[in-house]
Design a binder for this molecule. Sequence first.
Ligand code: PLP
Length: 361
Amino acid sequence: MIPVTKPFLPPIEEYQAYLRDIWTRNWLTNNGPLVNELELKLKDYLQLNHLLFVTNGTIAIQIAIKALGLKGKIITTPFSYVATTTSIVWEGCEPLFVDVDPNTGNIDPSRIEAAITPDTSAILATHVYGNPCEVEAIDAIAKKRNLKVIYDGAHAFGVTFKGKSIFEYGDVSTCSFHATKLFHTVEGGSVSTKDPEVLKQMAYLRNFGHDGPEKFATLGINGKNSEFHAGMGLVNLKHVNRIMERREMLCKHYDDFLRNVKGTRPLIAAHVKYNYAYYPVIFESEELALKIFDELNRNWIYPRRYFYPTLETLSYLNNKEVKCVHAASMASRVLCLPLYDTLSKEEIDMICRIILRVQNN
Ligand SMILES: *Cc1c(COP(=O)(O)O)cnc(C)c1O
């Protein structure tokens, strides 16, 4: 069986060493030493001034929305994981969908200005597959129209643009450290910002609003993470460069084999150091994508329609018509092919042979 992804597991002894320390200290959660160490190491690795380790990548977005005091409508992308939209709705705001650039699947900045209403407070965009949005164009629009910007960087761990971490852009950037992501802490996530005031607010929000044991600065939630999750992060961080190199090699192997595939690949922007988080192919028709999907399944290979369907169509949003035609078209045709650390070149050969056989029939 070849799944679309397999969580990375380090040698168990490396994790056990952290477990022994946790047992000795008897300190399991609440801003413990491993959480602190992970935050320091992540800031160092990603070259960021501020980062907070939180429960998951969804609560990260919710904390960002709350910390920036967003109200009314938030311009967002229909082509993302459901958590991007649910966070907006959960925080009592309304998503305003703007179509994507068909070359990348990222929100199209040239369509943002026309969508802004008087009660729009922010833009929440996703770096789809880890491929950065047009951050300079988006930030320029936000500045001009006095909007906040949040980037859902769930896929973008380790990605840089013009030599800087992609998490340096916007007012807040979030990441997910879920087990299926490139770098993981089993469950986990982060918020990053350049603004020390926003950081302070997010730190309160993460910990029930506590400002000392008996004082509460603001409304908060439990967005903390544990020593066990931080320990997994500290182990995995030691492997992440090698993991990225291996994924790059595997992606290039797919590229070689699929040179004549009837489809396209998202265009990676200039000045980007990419992280090889996913291997999506946008086939030339939905019919072909589904034929390939079925044939791979028959061979115990499980690609994923990711993202499908578009978020505009979520039943609880009551959108009467789908307007984002590029997103809808991409979602109907895209398959993410298997990509994980222990995937072999031989397995990729097998996957590609099946794809080419189906398309050339
Ligand atoms: C995984 C993911 C999330 C949610 O992260 P969790 O850690 O699973 O809560 C949000 N947005 C995108 C784009 C994701 O892929």
